[in-house]
Design a protein around this ligand. Sequence first.
Ligand code: SAM
Ligand code: SF4
Ligand code: SF4
Length: 334
Amino acid sequence: MVIKDKFNRPIKDLRISVIDRCNFRCPYCMPKEIYGERYQFLKNDQLLSFDEIITISEIFSKLGVEKLRITGGEPLLRKDLSLLIKDLKSIKSIKEIALTTNGFFLNKYALDLKQSGVDRLTVSLDSLNPETYKKLNGQNLDIEKTLEGLKFANSIGFENIKINCVVMKGVNEKQIIDLVNFGRENNLIIRFIEYMDVGTINGWKSDDVVYAEDILRIIEKKYELEAVDPNYFGEVATRYKFIDGMGEIGIISSVSKPFCADCTRARITADGNLYTCLFTNKGHDLKSVIREQSSKHLEDFIKNIWINRSDQYSQLRALGKTDKEKVEMYKIGG
Ligand code: SAM
Ligand code: SF4
Ligand code: SF4
């Protein structure tokens, strides 16, 4: 059974945040001034247990979900993550498990991830410049470890790794071509993302956004590109391949060209709140339902939320009609 929402959108992808903590403090996501040493992150008993995540995923898979994305905070900080992935992999109708990471711990965990069944990796890398990288991770951390991790992941069989790069005006837009070249040389799919107004703490301004068409213009000055069809319904990136055959790039234009009409994604936070849009402040507490009621109850609860879903924030943003309160990105994982 595939359930559909008010705009006839099926539920296809589930993004599971397994932890709210992160070793980075990217200023656009977890500014260090706010997430300092005294910040109270979730305690262990507030996190969904692995069994709870599996039960929830099984229910979502019955309702239509075929793809899981593991995210965070930084998902590789969740203890024994590969054990969870192994069990998620055994859910029959799940066709793909992907994971989004900042890459810092890939050297340590890539092999476990591969062996447990992760199909695809997305690594966030906003800059190849060592100084910009240090600034953007907010912790003065060197880029070398992330680059080594990427190389290692590739060497053990992770192919077509995607790189997420959030492009911000005056910060890294001059480094776009370096990243493009890096992708071409290393068989990586670089995806440039318009800086989004997720959450409320990053002080987002539309002036900080480098729009998709400008990103494209910068790349086309150097390389000839050709648009490519999406890989599947609901793919967020617009794909382009290099005419010379050296791979492809993606551009995610969430601000300038909203794609709400094709949005098939649900997200759950590490403490079990279900969000049906990146830009909402309203989560639905699955953890209480799973801890207090039957799994049949949980299935009906989720079904009811999805069939009544009418989210289309980005479309409304374009019309200037949006709420101020929004969940923070590090809680729902992108
Ligand atoms: N920590 C992991 C990482 O960075 O890959 C996973 C979680 S992170 C929240 C997921 C993705 O969200 C990252 O690629 C990050 O760059 C992106 N992201 C965070 N805040 C964003 C924003 N305001 N606009 C666009 N992308 C954002
Ligand atoms: Fe951490 Fe990812 Fe957010 Fe950066 S974008 S602070 S790495 S959760
Ligand atoms: Fe989906 Fe909400 Fe983004 Fe629209 S704004 S594409 S509904 S997550």
